[in-house]
Design a protein around this ligand. Sequence first.
Ligand code: PXP
Length: 249
Amino acid sequence: MSEQPKLRLGVNIDHVATVRNARGGAYPDPLRAAKLAEEAGADGITAHLREDRRHISDADIEALAEALTVPLNFEMAATDEMQAIALRHKPHAVCIVPEKREERTTEGGLEVARDENRLAHFIAPLREAGCRVSIFIAADRAQIEAAHRIGAEVIELHTGAYCDAHAEGRFAERDAELERLREMASFGHSLGLEVHAGHGLTYETVQPVAAFPELRELNIGHFLVGEAIFLGLQPAIAEMRRLMDEART
Ligand code: PXP
């Protein structure tokens, strides 16, 4: 098989902040994790400033925006408050995600098709400010078409259902989810969108997704922060990088 373009790895550091906030102090410091991730070969750092500030804080975003040498991918809900913060920092990328107060994590993709007009107006100033706008969506044709229509440059496909099916041993469903992701990555690419993916990926689940030729970036966080307890952050990231590269060759 011929060599494919490099797949970028965005390391999500939200859960370094989760551990810090469990005690309300200053450590472990997400910025320190981000700098170590850079050294370990992360192509970008992803951080989600949630409305309830349960992990990443406003000060974290400020520090990351100032100190990173790799691109910052700022994840946020489509609210006026978050738009103002994004326009202040002008991160390299903004990823629009759905957010529910009661959820433990970002459970599904954004409902773009039913909120097209509002979202088109919402992302326009972000694009004008030079941010690359990405929309986090399910691997669904109607959502991808809507993301394209509102002017997003990037879609990030939600891999949670695929990863959950794998973890719970529902292998027929896992394979069907993987197939859906594969087809929708190809469909998104055919519309001219840059295609990313993420959520719930582990060493066991990353390779079949990393092998999609249309994919340009994976964003991975919770598993890497967990593995860092056992391996250290940099070896954990290096192993993910190795698996991704192996899947592409
Ligand atoms: N991509 C997006 C858009 C996300 O919201 C998240 C989780 O915050 C991730 C990737 C990373 O997911 P995980 O932490 O499960 O690897």
